[in-house]
Design a binder for this molecule. Sequence first.
Ligand code: MN
Ligand code: MN
Length: 476
Amino acid sequence: MAESTKKSKYEELEKKLSYASKNIWSEADKKTVDAIHAYAELYKAFLDRSKSERLTVQWLVGGAEKRGYRKLSKVTKVKPGDLIYALNRDKNIVLIKVGSKPIQEGINFIVAHADAPRLDLKQIPLVEDTEIALLKTHYYGGVKKYQWLNIPLALTGIVVTKDEKRVEVSIGFEDDDPVFVIPDLLPHLAKKAQGEKKSGEFIQGETLNLIFGTVPVKDEKVKEKVKLAVLQRLNEQYGIVEEDFISAELQAVPAVKPRDAGIDRAVIAGYGHDDRVSTFAAVTALFDVEKIERTAVAFIVDKEEIGSDGPTGAKSLFIFNTIGEIIEKTTGECTDSTLRRAMERSTCISADVNAGINPMYKSVHDEKNAAKMSHGVVITKYTGHGGKYMANDADAELVGKIRNLFNRNGIFWQYGGMGKIDEGGGGTIAKYFAFYNASVIDCGIPVIGMHSPYELISKADLYYSYRGYRVFLEQC
Ligand code: MN
Ligand code: MN
């Protein structure tokens, strides 16, 4: 007798009553799989060019202008359907598609960050030691210092000279460029200097120095011959002198290209997925939205990795002022209460990555409440640490609204929080938008190996973050 394919009564009941997220690759048809891979190619091209917040913003301005977005400062009158962008110190960009409803009735925001952990150069970085010129760094954000040793690093950023000219520096991204390396200690001699120390202590911040040059000038009268030779080269190539480093922002970032990872090419390895992956998904979602009622905004912030302070961080009034300017240019005036009301009637997705389960370190997660790679974009009610300290804690009504929005539109999504209770923790910009009394929820994709120089994400999750953000902008 053939086995019955009919589900038993309790199997059916289980399907009806239980929650389980699904593996996208098991569910998706051929057309969807093709769309996932095609979108991933666009993202890889973006990520390869966007290795700093400045470069990210530059790329986004190019994309926006190509699509007809106009700079807010050059626009005098704003009307429904307009495409506008505003810049802040070349590190923030706000992209706006004006909806048919008045802005005062609220905005759909997606906020992501373009800064990523890295090694900034110190303001007086150049030293010579044992006939080697070194560049001293100060790490930025939550880095595990040992991960940055003996990997190829590129230098990117700007130098402001004594006549306040801005010189752009970019060395290490092209195949024939030199790269910079911080050398680790050989294992043969590391027994005491490293082996007997805790992992957080065996690499000191002050040892994260790049080897910058080794050829001296030929002059016995000069004390630091290699340093001088390097300064001479910099002066010839960039017109800069040592004092100019003081007014520079230069960062060392991994000189690695995003690559497909795994035999099935379903994963992307790359530097800076946190949070350029949400940046890309948010902005491309905005580019692709069609008719909208509520004004849609993608806002890219800086300084998230170090606490969101500073004028380009999420705590700055830049977004508040920009929305005020939009209202003013729409209606002819903008009172304080109109602006406040527009902000508090808004809904915001805090688009940031989540900790995906790493099979080698499962124990740090509560598996049932953790994000799995390839299971879709992650909804997170709260982040924070300890007893939910510092959390935005989205209200149940908002979580319900987003969950149902995604379900109605066939978006693969999953629930995920940040690790086991008391295992550690982390935050996002959600709470800084909640400050305006806006409704804010965290929603981004799982990353494995987060904050490392070569993070991993699933192409399927990436695609469904884009799709999810788009339905949010169109329908929320
Ligand atoms: Mn992040
Ligand atoms: Mn981060």
